[in-house]
Design a protein around this ligand. Structure first.
Ligand SMILES: [Zn+2]
Length: 424
């Protein structure tokens, strides 16, 4: 590289004074037969990236290749925004390898964190450049540390929004079934009544980006999902959370827990296995986004012996199908979050396949993992769409996912903030 001395010294001075990097501007000119911008599928569009920003998006004929741009072309492929995983647990791995109790109770946080660095890498390379992580399940604030290591470039992974420990009502959460003489470490932090104020603030202080609450759990007399917190408790959690500029999100399967969570101010409802038209409409009225986690229900049933496509589906699958259809009919905003960790990190797009299998129009599944999740997590304006000025999170998948949703698994190219992590 030729560089005249005065220019070099000026640059060096700027670096010393302002911390500017001594790198040339990097430009990319990316083309493919299709470009999904987060809302619409376009034919023969191109994308120009400069450093970490999207500069231009539009028809190939109208866009000149900028001088010095690195040309990236994929025939028979689709350019998309970097995907956003709405519900992950990077500290967990599939329960058919090691059951949840064992991971929570017997595995050291250090071991789980080391594993999580690989999970984070696999997530990014699967095209998910952003992920909201819904609790460490007994690994303390290891998610806060993982997020920091990713931000500092020590390990690679998606940009994270993390919950930390999450909050449960005393007596509701697991691991369960051990001698009651022992104090068993739980998968989340128990708190009740006014103590919720202290616990919310403590979790925020330790790095939680949002507060995750279990508004119900399977602790009914027959192991059915029953509300854990009262409406007033949820309102209190929400009030304390909101005043810090964060939001409350709720695990809620039963109709009553969803109702309380929505009325208390939850921004997203996780799982929602018993949604009906009425509760779906209430969620819609309150601008709540639904995270269905179909994949968790589907694969856990298979871990328990259901031979999908061979044996009759168990009742929880029949119920999940019904509830998802009613959610769609209610018009509630449906995001994408699979509860990945229950199934392998990197297989995140399984949730998108199942959303389509369970009745969601295919374009809505593409929007769910991009623009809908971006809005749900207040990232609109910078992520979830391919628009000028947005952060350069861009992926390319082989084929046409608007025709075959499984093409979401054929990831060829991953760029996060202008840095290429996968190119094949
Ligand atoms: Zn979860």
């Amino acid at each position: 590289m030729k560089m005249s001395y005065p220019k070099y010294f000026i640059s060096l001075a700027f670096v010393l004074l302002f911390g500017f990097k001594l790198t040339a501007q990097t430009k990319y000119y990316i083309t493919a037969p299709r470009l999904f911008d987060g809302e619409i599928m376009h034919k023969d569009w191109a994308l120009i990236i400069e450093n970490n920003k999207i500069i231009t998006v539009g028809p190939i004929q109208q866009i000149n290749v900028p001088d010095g741009a690195i040309k990236v072309n994929y025939p028979n492929a689709t350019i998309m925004p970097g995907l956003i995983e709405g519900h992950s647990h990077l500290m967990l791995y599939p329960y058919n390898i090691t059951d949840w109790d064992t991971q929570v109770l017997k595995e050291a946080d250090a071991y789980r964190t080391v594993r999580a660095t690989v999970h984070a890498k696999n997530t990014l390379l699967a095209g998910f450049t952003t992920a909201r992580d819904l609790g460490t399940e007994g690994a303390g604030y290891a998610d806060v540390a993982l997020k920091r290591a990713i931000n500092e470039g020590i390990v690679i992974g998606p940009r994270l929004m993390v919950a930390g420990r999450a909050i449960v009502a005393t007596g509701s959460y697991g691991p369960k079934g051990y001698d009651t003489d022992q104090e068993i470490m739980l998968g989340a932090e128990p708190a009740d009544g006014n103590d919720l104020i202290r616990v919310v603030r403590d979790q925020i202080g330790k790095g939680a980006d949002f507060i995750k609450v279990y508004a119900d759990y399977r602790w009914g007399l027959n192991g059915d999902d029953r509300p854990s917190f009262t409406l007033d408790e949820l309102k209190l959690i929400n009030e304390v959370t909101r005043s810090s500029g964060r939001v409350m999100v709720c695990h809620a399967k039963s109709k009553e827990a969803i109702r309380r969570a929505v009325l208390a101010g939850a921004e997203t409802i996780e799982h929602g296995d018993f949604i009906d038209l009425e509760i779906g409409k209430l969620m819609k009225e309150h601008n709540v986004t639904y995270m269905p986690t179909i994949a968790a229900v589907d694969v856990i049933s298979q871990y328990r012996g259901w031979k999908k496509g061979v044996t009759d589906p168990p009742s929880n699958i029949i119920n999940k199908r019904k509830s998802f259809k009613e959610a769609i009919a209610s018009g509630v905003s449906i995001g994408m979050g699979g509860d990945v960790g229950v199934f392998p990190h990197g297989d995140n797009a399984l949730e998108m396949e199942l959303m389509v299998e369970y009745g969601l129009p295919i374009m809505d599944a593409l929007k769910a993992a991009t623009s809908v999740n971006a809005r749900a997590f207040h990232l609109e304006g910078s992520l979830g769409n391919l628009k000028p000025g947005y952060i350069a999170d861009v992926i390319v998948v082989d084929g046409d996912p608007s025709k075959n949703i499984s093409d979401m698994k054929k990831v060829k190219f991953v760029m996060k903030e202008g840095v290429v992590y996968l190119s094949k």
